[in-house]
Design a protein around this ligand. Structure first.
Ligand code: FMN
Length: 461
């Protein structure tokens, strides 16, 4: 069988993910593997139609396309996202249609689920037969049982293709509405409390609904909101994945482009950031992805902590819960406060006027009170994954994170809780005694609320 591997790593073949592919090539010499370095070669693929067509020729002559990629910022690298957008822009979807697809990703299992969902849904949208995924931790390949699992997974893909098994679509197609928003007159200025509000956008069409949303939002404040277009920033390219930033938060691009200066001088100094973008396939644009990926020079420490954040989104957000989760997860991991999302999935412009007004008012209210909502599982779980990895195997490369985590109490491992450890040790011994267990069990419910008693001392009198 012929497998065309679309390599999403900007590192080309010096990629962790590609070591997994190399392993499959070694284990299954009877199959043909053709690898295209998509992210590494994206500039050529964009510029040179011949380079793009060569990839398409392999896609259409293969039995299965393998989306092989690292996870970057809860999705795939921006260069890979660009390629996925090119498939649509260049009307090349037909080459993928009816073909099998498989996903092989490596990561540290931080929101690998959202990247997997994205690639599954993209396969569905391209009309492919999705034969499943393998999500590996970066270093899984070191373990013999994981190598065996990878081989079993691959054999399963081959058997599914050989057997002509049926595949169901996991994600319904998203429908774009033709509604175009035109903002009405603002109803008087919302107080900014002298705080700096910045809108970041990739909007290039001045007659678009997204432009209307930005104008409508800025109009609520009667001026004083800065709008920054990502296309006006000199961004030399996507994140290259070199991880040099881990050592001292210095990006390999340095001053050779304008990104770092823009991020430090505009984003970090804002009190509220409003991201305004249009949905492209099942995410925002590749340009927005590039913005997120390049912010990796801050590595695993939050760079917009304590700020207010909101999203103005043009497109079918409510049909893509995965995108919502990605953006929520991102904001929670940044220790920022997500005020809300507003999308243009409405019936008329007046309805959207009020939603945007309400967003502006709630954002201003939070700027006044400094409210940061508690993290949900996304932020709590994600922080624990980072905490363990930065404390452990990533520490010597991501030195800056280690310092930050120490200083900000992110190393909150349970082993430091001496009172709890003492309690666990003594109670675990007592719980072995059947009589103690019997006497203890009816007291559990009341015991759970006992710690709150100090709050209600007066009421208990
Ligand atoms: C910019 C950047 C963003 C990353 N984002 C994530 C992430 O969101 N989730 C995760 O689990 N790993 C993330 N990683 C780790 C990579 O996914 C992981 O190291 C992967 O194995 C690298 O594969 P590659 O060498 O094939 O590029 C990120 C790494 C970089 C450089």
């Amino acid at each position: 069988m012929k497998f065309t591997v679309l390599n999403g790593s900007p590192k080309g073949m010096t990629s962790v993910t590609m070591q997994y592919v190399r392993y499959l090539m070694r284990e299954f010499p009877g199959h043909e593997f053709v690898i295209h370095n998509i992210s590494h070669g994206i500039k050529k693929i964009e510029r040179d139609r011949g380079a793009f067509d060569a990839i398409m020729n392999d896609v259409k002559s293969s039995d299965c396309v393998i989306w092989g990629t690292p996870v970057y910022f809860l999705l795939v690298p921006s260069q890979y996202k660009r390629f996925i957008e090119l498939i649509r822009e260049r009307n090349a979807r037909g080459h993928f249609k009816g073909r099998h697809s498989a996903v092989l990703i490596t990561s540290i299992h931080f929101f690998d689920n959202t990247a997997l969902t994205y690639l599954n849904a993209i396969s569905d949208d391209l009309g492919m037969k999705y034969a499943g995924s393998f999500s590996a931790d970066m270093y899984d390949l070191m373990k013999s049982e994981q190598r065996k699992k990878l081989s079993t997974y691959f054999e399963g893909v081959v058997r599914q293709i050989e057997g002509g098994m049926a595949f169901s679509r996991a994600f319904a197609a998203v429908r774009k509405s033709t509604f175009r928003y035109r903002p009405g007159r603002p109803k008087g200025a919302v107080n900014t409390w002298n705080k700096k509000i910045t809108v970041v956008t990739d909007c290039t069409d001045n007659s678009s609904g997204l432009r209307g949303m930005i104008d409508g939002f800025c109009g609520c404040f009667g001026g004083g909101v800065e709008v920054i277009n990502l296309y006006d920033i000199d961004i030399g390219g996507g994140c290259l994945g070199c991880c040099r930033c881990g050592l001292d938060n210095e990006c390999i691009y340095g001053d050779s482009d304008g990104y770092i200066n823009f991020y430090n001088s505009k984003i970090k100094t804002s009190d509220a950031i409003v991201f305004a973008g249009e949905i492209k396939d099942r995410y925002l644009s590749w340009k927005f992805k590039q913005y997120f990926d390049r912010s990796f020079f801050n590595t695993h420490a939050p760079s917009i902590g304590g700020k207010q954040a909101a999203f103005l989104i043009s497109g079918p957000l409510s049909s893509i819960p995965n995108l919502r989760q990605i953006l929520e997860g991102y904001i929670e991991m940044q220790h920022a406060n997500l005020v809300d999302f507003v999308s243009d999935e409405v019936n008329n412009s007046r309805e959207l006027d009020s939603m945007i007004r309400s967003l502006a008012e709630r954002l201003a209210m939070n700027l006044e009170t400094g409210y940061i909502k508690n993290k949900s599982f996304l932020g709590v779980g994600g922080t624990k994954v980072f905490r363990d990895d930065v404390w452990g195997r990533l520490r010597f490369v991501f030195r800056m994170d280690h310092g930050y985590y120490k200083k900000h109490g992110i190393y909150d491992f349970p082993h430091r809780q001496y009172r709890t450890r003492l309690l666990n040790a003594s109670m675990s011994v007592l719980m072995v005694i059947p009589g103690f267990r019997k006497a203890f069990s009816p007291k559990i419910k009341k015991g759970m609320i006992r710690p709150f008693q100090f709050l209600f001392k007066d009421n208990n009198k």
